[in-house]
Design a protein around this ligand. Sequence first.
Ligand SMILES: [Zn+2]
Ligand SMILES: [Zn+2]
Ligand SMILES: [Zn+2]
Length: 288
Amino acid sequence: MRHTVAVKVVVLGSGTSHGVPVPGCGCPVCLSDDSRDKRLRASVYLEGAGGERAVIDTGPEFRIQALRAGIKKLDAVFLTHAHADHLHGLDDIRPFSPVSIPVYGNSQTLDEFRERFAYIFKKTQQGGGKPRIETRPVSAGQKISLGNIAVTAVPVKHGALDIFGWKILENPQNPAENNEKSFVYLTDVSKIPETSFTLIAEDGKPGLLVIDGLRQRPHETHFTFEQAFEAAARIGARQTYITHICHSHFHREIETLCREFTEKQKAAGRISPAWDGLEVELPGKTGF
Ligand SMILES: [Zn+2]
Ligand SMILES: [Zn+2]
Ligand SMILES: [Zn+2]
């Protein structure tokens, strides 16, 4: 029995809002030679077996990230929220929008997007000077079909802000076979509501979780490593990667913290810090 690959996930950026290195900073992490300590702004790219292509968030380095990942096509953009580090590269989807690309997000995110990118919505703006997009508001828990992939909006708190994480799963599948096949992306999170833990668990334990873990020191709007580990242990993904990392820790230090936690918590799946360019393949339907 073997599994086909349903979805390939590429981490385009694993860094916090400044990115790492931080301009002007001379700290050891910012000066590190380890390529895994170079963190562009947080975003992921998805490729489905049926040719579906999407990104979650378009940060300020989207163009560079698209070139690095060899992105050739985009069928959809899913936004977590409208903070600059998740949105401000959106204009750079122009090469991928000969036809209109749907941009999904909650209504507050899309309202802010329309303010920030007002020129896109002006009739006087003609020609190639703007991406062709269509905003599509999504409500909490709503499931969107993208070819053979189902994408579900998972509400989380980012400080006082209500934002979305996203759950991705090949669709349609036999629900009994969904275990360890979903991918859940929860960036910029300070609290996961109980209902969202339930929403994630509807398809069994995820195969892959990418979750916010800014640093060790507490932060008002982001999980610390410890909070991310605890949420990861509860969600129980086969593999968890920490993202949105700041310049206070080397990649290898975070690896050690992850290892210490998983040794303590025997039931937790694997946990590691993400890095830019990381690729993970999720299993799909079972074949023989
Ligand atoms: Zn952010
Ligand atoms: Zn620094
Ligand atoms: Zn944010």
